[in-house]
Ligand binder design. Sequence first.
Ligand SMILES: Nc1ncnc2c1ncn2[C@@H]1O[C@H](COP(=O)(O)OP(=O)(O)O)[C@@H](O)[C@H]1O
Ligand SMILES: [Mg+2]
Length: 399
Amino acid sequence: MKLAILSRAPRAYSTQRLRAAAEQRGHEVKVLNTLRFAIDLSGDEPDLQFRGRRLSDYDAVLPRIGSSITYFGTAVVRQFEQMDVYTPNTANGISNARDKLRATQILSRHSIGMPATTFVRNRADVRPAIERVGGAPVVIKLLEGTQGIGVILAPEVKVAEAIIETLHSTNQNVLIQRFVSESKGRDIRALVVGDRVVAAMRRRAEGDEFRSNVHRGGSVERVELSPEYEQTAVRSAQIMGLKVAGVDMLEGADGPLVMEVNSSPGLQGIETATQLDVAGAIVDYIGNQVAFPEIDVRQRLSVSTGYGVAELLVRNNGDFVGKTIGESSLSERDITVLTLHRGTQVVPNPRNRVALEAGDRLLCFGKLEEMRSMVPERRRRRAKVRKLPAEPLPAATEG
Ligand SMILES: Nc1ncnc2c1ncn2[C@@H]1O[C@H](COP(=O)(O)OP(=O)(O)O)[C@@H](O)[C@H]1O
Ligand SMILES: [Mg+2]
């Protein structure tokens, strides 16, 4: 294949290793400076120029987008997607992961362990927010920090309040997060490629530092992950929309707590710690997937007016229980079942002979009008189990 590595650091360890791994496997590979692209929307089809000339044909790109150029970088990746060039990490995936709040929000409905996190803006909401995640000491994070910069451990509520107010006053948004003290100075980085963890390491902070980032002087060692940690890492990357990702997890008392998912994970620390060929695994994966450029299903399918995707529920005493998909009248109504979800089980492309059970969820494509009556009621919020002391009753009403 012909592979472009998008990077502004051709001499960096990760870039060099990826390039060498691709060359070793007989691929044609170029490192292209992300900032030298021009997105060209002047012709009949989406196009790209590089250093002022029309870009030649590539089969795949591997984006390594630094946090200082997220907007332009993801725009370039999105343009490759429009041109049907395969990328393991989509523009959406990179944007999702880059913002720690956005990532936490997206993961939060998928039963993935995460440190208790909250986000507020009004001065009056700061103290209750700190209490909600367990009080001081408490972690305060800039939304788009990396390498440990922008992550603060505030020892007392008053100090935390002062820091947050100061940051708010300079228009910086911050997360407030429970300090996971049982994992102080220690965390796990799992390198996910496709649907498996190809390498994992434990990082330990230097001295009394609580951040274990390699850039903060942390040391690394190879670690064998339990299935729980492995699945959490893989699912987090998948939910985020990333096929190459570095998932950071704290070792909580009850299992893994995902802090963030990195879309351009560095390779030096993990290859040194594990002596594994992570770059090779990434290139092999891209080589296998190159025929399947990412398709934005929602965007493509909704081009046919009146049609769309919906999740239908097989109701307890509804018409479908006990019938097979073939007998269900769905196909007569122009509805195609894409996947069947039963508990934690997923059946892709379920056959007509599959019998439906109460509680099954069917991801369907079809005429929206036909599906309307079968759409389940909105998710109800479960009553929250409070482990922390209850807050005083709110004085004001919402709104
Ligand atoms: N809630 C927390 N509890 C304990 N330690 C934390 C917490 N959040 C972050 N840390 C420590 O700080 C480091 C950096 O945090 P992280 O959210 O990964 O930001 P960055 O993007 O800067 O790496 C982590 O690797 C971990 O060692
Ligand atoms: Mg991190």
